[in-house]
Design a protein around this ligand. Structure first.
Ligand SMILES: [Fe+2]
Ligand SMILES: [Fe+2]
Length: 164
């Protein structure tokens, strides 16, 4: 693999790990504020982002390259209510999309067909991730009273993932 492609993969691995700890922080913040459903949703997301980092690392390993894991920034411990939490999630997904696109651009410029093909999964995945993040922002904005927030929290996992 060309060095610039390896560097791009390592940087994307960092972004996925970073998203994972931000979702962990979001899950903790939601749990302590009694948004149990949101906490569960973000906990699941944290796991997914770890899986994404693992997939990228595996591609490097498959091609004989040792992944480089760097230090991560501490995530925020406080969020500006549920709207702030949803906005933080959307911001991170958008940053992740930019990272995936940039990684694919570098792989394309390098003529690395294996990496290009592999990264297509991430391109599709980011479309899905932005769908739920945008939907979460909209639903939180729409829930204006305590009752509607309570109902939203109870149903958020099923609403955003289709899972019970
Ligand atoms: Fe991801
Ligand atoms: Fe994501």
């Amino acid at each position: 693999m060309k060095q610039e492609v390896i560097d791009a993969f390592n940087s994307q691995i960092s972004k996925e790990r970073d998203a994972s700890v931000v979702y962990e922080a979001l899950a903790n913040w939601c749990a302590i504020n009694e948004y149990t459903g949101f906490a569960e949703f973000f906990r699941k997301q944290a796991g997914e982002e770890r899986t994404h980092a693992g997939k990228l690392a595996e591609h490097l390993i498959d091609r004989g390259v040792m992944p480089k894991l760097g230090a991560l920034d501490a995530p925020p411990a406080d969020f500006d209510g549920l709207p702030g939490a949803a906005a933080a999630a959307l911001t991170h997904e958008q940053a992740n999309t930019r990272g995936v696109n940039e990684t694919l651009r570098i792989a394309t410029d390098a003529g690395d067909y294996a990496a290009m093909n592999f990264l297509n999964w991430f391109v599709n995945e980011q479309v899905e991730e932005e769908v739920w993040a945008n939907r979460m922002v909209t639903l939180v904005k729409r829930a204006s009273c305590a009752g509607s927030i309570y109902t939203l929290d109870r149903h958020i996992v099923k609403d955003l993932t289709g899972e019970e």
